[in-house]
Structure formats: C-alpha cells, structure tokens
Design a binder for this molecule. Structure first.
Ligand SMILES: *[C@@H]1O[C@H](CO)[C@@H](O)[C@H](O)[C@H]1NC(C)=O
Ligand SMILES: *[C@@H]1O[C@H](CO)[C@@H](O)[C@H](O)[C@H]1NC(C)=O
Ligand SMILES: *[C@@H]1O[C@H](CO)[C@@H](O)[C@H](O)[C@H]1NC(C)=O
Ligand SMILES: *[C@@H]1O[C@H](CO)[C@@H](O)[C@H](O)[C@H]1NC(C)=O
Ligand SMILES: [Zn+2]
Length: 515
C-alpha cells in the first residue's frame, strides 16, 4: 500500500464529495436541542466558532421543512441563505471560515470584508496563473513532485454568508487543497460534513450537549478519584525525553537534514513525514496504517496499541502533522503548528515503549493531515469511528504546545468552548499533579481536530500552549521554526507528561518490562 501512495497523492483530482440535497443554508445561534423541529435536528451540520458568544449552528433543511413555517418556531434567530443553484451537482464543499484566536488588537485593521477581498484577490491570481502553460502545484505549494495540470479554476469561491467574525464559503474542489493559502493568517477554515451529523446526539438533556452524558459522568468520576501516583509520575518523568522530542521536531521542520521543505497536505514533504511517523511509532510496538480519506491529500497516520484485556473501549491522543506557511512562500516548517504536537505524540510513543507500558484499554495515537484545509483528516476519521460504533472514553488533541510570550511562565491552555468540560477538568487536574510548573488557564484558540470528534459525540478536549490569545508571531508563517526565541521544548515536555498521564489514568495499564 505504501508504495502506491506517492502516485495517488499527486493526481490532484476532484475530491469525491457532493453537496447535500438542500437549496438553503440556515445559520442560527440556536443549537439543535430537543425542542427544535425534527426536520432541523436531522439536517444539522455542526457548531462553529471558538468563542461561545459568537458560536453559529448550521443547518441545511430541505424545502419541505422550510415550507412548514412551524419548523422555524424554536429558533431564536437565524439567517436563511440560498445556495446558488449553479453549484448543484458540483463536488465542492461548504467551508466555514472564522477567527483562529489571534489577539484582536493585532488584527484590528482586518475586517471580515477585508478578509473576503484577500480571498477573492488571491483566488483570481491562481485563476490567472492556471491559464499559463507552466502552472503547477509547485507555484502555490512548493511541491517538487506536483504534476503540471490545467485544472479548471474558473468556478469561483462563493461567499454565501458573513457575520462580523466569520464567513460561510462554497469552495469548488479545485480550490479545496489550497484554501488555507488564500486566507489571511488569523483566519482558519472548517469544512462542513458532507452529510448531516447524527440526530441522536445530545437529546437526553434540555441544554444541548453533543457528548452523551455517561461519558461526562465517567470522566468526572475519574477526576474525583485522582490521587498522585508515584508509579505514573515515574513513567512520565523517565519516559518523556526532551532530546528525543527536539530531534523529532527538527526532522519534521527540516531544521535537521530531512529534506522536508513543507508538510502542506498536498506536498511530497507531507507524504515523507507520514511514512517516517508510521515507521517511528511502529518501532514502539504500535500497529499503524495510513488512512487515505481524500484523493490527493497525504494520509492520516493512525497507530494503535492493543488492549491487554480485549477491551473495546478506546482512548485517543492526536495532533496534526500537516502545516501552513505564509502566502507566496513555499516553505512551511510548522515547528509549533503542529510540529510541537506531533513531536509530543512521538515522545509519548517513545515513553510507552521504553517504560514497558501495556494498556488495559485500546490506545490510539492519531497524526492527522488536512487540518489546515478544514479539519478534513480528523473529520473523516471521527466519522469512520462513529460509523463503527466505537466507544471512546477520552480524546485529546495537541495543537501548538511550544510558544509562550517573552517572560511568561510555562502554560497549558484548555478550550473556552468546543470541548467536553469534564475532559478539560481531568486534564487540568492531571496537570496540577504531574506538571505543577504549568499555569493552567483557558484559550480562545480555535478549531483544531478535537472539534471533529465533538461533532460525532466523542468526549474531547485540546491542549494548547498558552492562556488567552494565540501570541506566536510566526503563526501560519514560513518562519515557524523551533530554533527561535520563546519556542520552549520544556513546555512541550511538561504537556506530554500530562497527556501520557491521561492515557495511563483513563486506559489503565501494567508495566511489562523496562528496556
Ligand atoms: C468511580 O471511580 C471509582 C475509582 O476508580 C470506582 O471504584 C467507581 O466504581 C466509579 N464509580 C462509577 C459510578 O463509575
Ligand atoms: C482475548 O481474546 C483472545 C481471542 O479471542 C483470547 O485468546 C484471549 O484469551 C483473550 N484475552 C483476555 C485477557 O481475555
Ligand atoms: C451501530 O449501532 C447502531 C445502533 O445501535 C446499529 O444499528 C448499527 O448496526 C451498528 N453498526 C455497527 C457497524 O456495529
Ligand atoms: C479540577 O476538577 C474540578 C472538577 O472536578 C474543576 O472544577 C477544576 O477546575 C479542575 N482544575 C483544573 C486546574 O482544571
Ligand atoms: Zn494547528
């Protein structure tokens, strides 16, 4: 399989997805609670936005639903947006674009209108370039294997709806692989699913909560019974190794001689990274496979450690190994975003091996791609796990762990919204026990891969490098290297000790032999 991948990855064909059968998008502040009309709950496409005050819930109701006025009774507000009929039968995606969580004063001059102008201007540049005979993926992404192609970029990206902080776009399949390159650095895309989210989610409570209550209760109980364990402390302190994480991060960024210039999901560098990660984690006793979810995108790397008790319950730790650079540059080292999270996962895998850990439940380490184009890899994987009725007790995404502003203490940021609070409480309490040097707080940093898991009702949260806004001056920039001021490997180590302790605590373990 591995030998076919390089071929598959550069065909640059349309993503095999279709738009849902609806002519209207409904964007509302009302969540799909039990009081909402059934035809809306069954046409729910997700919750978007990292700040609870500006969160938007998106529905794609059919005509029958909309023709019955009573369907809209339960909504406190909303906008109905027609989907242009020209895009019917097209293979593009609806993509929400919103604030990543960069400090507002840093971006004060950028209104959402300016952002749309940027997207239009940049996509017109692509259209112009694509008509020239030497246009190739190289120009945009620096993929030194991208085939020359005359893809049709004439179907434009459409702005369907905008709020003061976000946009809803229709992105034709030709633009989807490069949508990240068209956005201002402080905006991030989240692609809508291609079919409605399961309507069964969140119905057992009045207040809408996507994650079933039994998982919240389980994690609350785990937190309540937490005690310092000298054995866990020893495993995480001996197992997580600073030097190894630094070496691995620098291989991924190309600061060490790996030949990787970019890990953008459509580059050769991303494929190289995927195969390298697979081998590294397999060497720690895991079983890994490459999950190819969309033609042309580098695959997710999914690794699991089997349960020593034949348990069907899972605990998932993840990061994204793809990267995003500056507009106009083909370099995308992604040292912090998310080389730090990926390096941290490799550190956890290494510790599992050297400390002889065997888990009682199944443990999955997932390295996603397509995150920068709208959480595409994690969404495909979470949808797959949901389709198999997989039981997940906890899922934690690690995205950007290394940077804190000058003079600030080591920190751990937990999500302000888009998380299961009980999952965050557990991580916060584990931090105080095993990495007390970290100042625990909240962050508005938005829209990483745990959102895909929350959408499918899994108990998830994220670990982030800072309390408050994103402060990294090299965020989504081609200068995102690890050899720079305030890129702090100590902080990655401290956070890795927490996520490993969460695996040991929630999955249960025995020690077999130390190597
Ligand atoms: C809560 O956790 C404790 C300690 O792990 C366990 O003994 C107990 O059965 C749990 N209670 C519930 C309701 O799951
Ligand atoms: C797990 O299942 C396998 C095969 O079904 C069986 O041979 C083994 O004894 C089981 N192990 C435990 C701990 O139940
Ligand atoms: C998952 O569960 C649903 C409902 O309990 C059932 O209808 C479906 O067949 C199950 N799917 C799989 C793959 O087990
Ligand atoms: C620890 O857990 C409790 C809930 O059991 C929660 O209120 C508290 O905020 C948590 N502490 C941290 C630092 O997350
Ligand atoms: Zn990221």
């Amino acid at each position: 399989m591995a030998s076919l991948l390089p071929l598959l990855a550069f065909l640059w064909t349309a993503a095999a997805t279709v738009l849902p059968h609806s002519n209207t998008v409904l964007v509302s502040s009302t969540a799909p609670s039990a009081e909402l009309a059934n035809c809306l709950r069954t046409s729910f496409y997700g919750t978007y936005g990292g700040s609870s005050s500006t969160q938007e819930h998106i529905y794609l109701p059919n005509e029958e639903c909309l023709s019955d006025k009573s369907s809209l009774n339960g909504l406190s507000s909303g906008s109905l947006v027609p989907l242009n009929t020209d895009i019917e039968g097209d293979t593009g995606r609806l993509v929400w674009v919103g604030q990543a969580g960069v400090e507002p004063k840093e971006i004060a001059l950028q209104s959402i209108d300016d952002a749309w102008n940027t997207i239009s201007t940049r996509s017109q540049e692509i259209l112009l370039q694509s008509s020239s005979s030497d246009f190739s993926a190289q120009k945009v992404l620096g993929s030194n294997q991208g085939q020359s192609h005359n893809q049709d970029y004439s179907q434009p990206i459409q702005l369907l709806h905008q709020s003061p902080t976000s946009m809803l776009l229709h992105v034709p399949s030709t633009y989807l692989p490069i949508i990240d390159t068209l956005l201002p650095y402080h905006l991030v895309p989240v692609a809508l699913p291609t079919k409605p989210l399961p309507a069964s989610l969140g119905l057992m409570v009045n207040e809408w909560e996507p994650v079933p209550n039994k998982f919240a209760k389980h994690l609350a109980n785990v937190t309540k019974h937490l005690r310092f364990s000298p054995e866990i402390d020893k495993i995480v302190s001996d197992g997580i190794e600073h030097n190894q994480i630094r070496r691995d991060v620098r291989w991924l960024t190309g600061e060490a001689p790996s030949g990787i210039e970019s890990r953008h999901s459509f580059t050769k560098g991303a494929l190289k990274a995927a195969n390298w990660i697979k081998e590294k984690v397999e060497a720690t006793g895991a079983y890994c496979h490459l999950h190819q979810y969309l033609v042309g995108f580098s695959p997710n790397v999914i690794c699991y450690y089997p349960s020593s008790l034949n348990s069907t319950e899972h605990v998932v730790l993840s990061a994204h190994y793809d990267s995003r650079g500056s507009f106009g540059s083909t370099r995308a080292p992604g040292g912090d975003d998310d080389g730090s999270g990926s390096g941290h996962l490799l550190g956890v895998a290494h510790a599992i091996h050297t400390q002889g850990v065997k888990f009682e439940k199944q443990v999955i380490l997932a390295f996603f791609s397509g995150e920068e184009q709208g959480l595409l890899g994690s969404h495909a994987y979470a949808e797959h796990l949901h389709g198999k009725n997989t039981t997940i007790l906890l899922q934690v995404q690690a995205d950007m762990l290394a940077y804190h502003a000058p003079g600030e203490p080591l920190q751990l940021g937990l999500p302000e919204s888009i998380h299961l609070p009980e999952a965050s409480y557990l991580i916060g309490n584990l931090s105080q026990i095993y990495s007390p040097e970290l100042l625990v707080g909240k962050t508005a940093a938005c829209c990483s891969d745990h959102q895909s898991f929350i959408s499918y009702g899994f108990p998830s949260t994220q670990v982030f490098e800072r309390n408050g806004w994103i402060a990294d001056p090299y965020y989504h920039n081609s200068g995102d290297l690890s050899q720079r001021e305030n890129y702090d490997f100590e902080q990655i180590v401290s956070i890795a000790k927490i996520t490993l302790s969460s695996l040991l605590t929630v999955a249960g373990y025995q020690i077999e032999s130390r190597t």
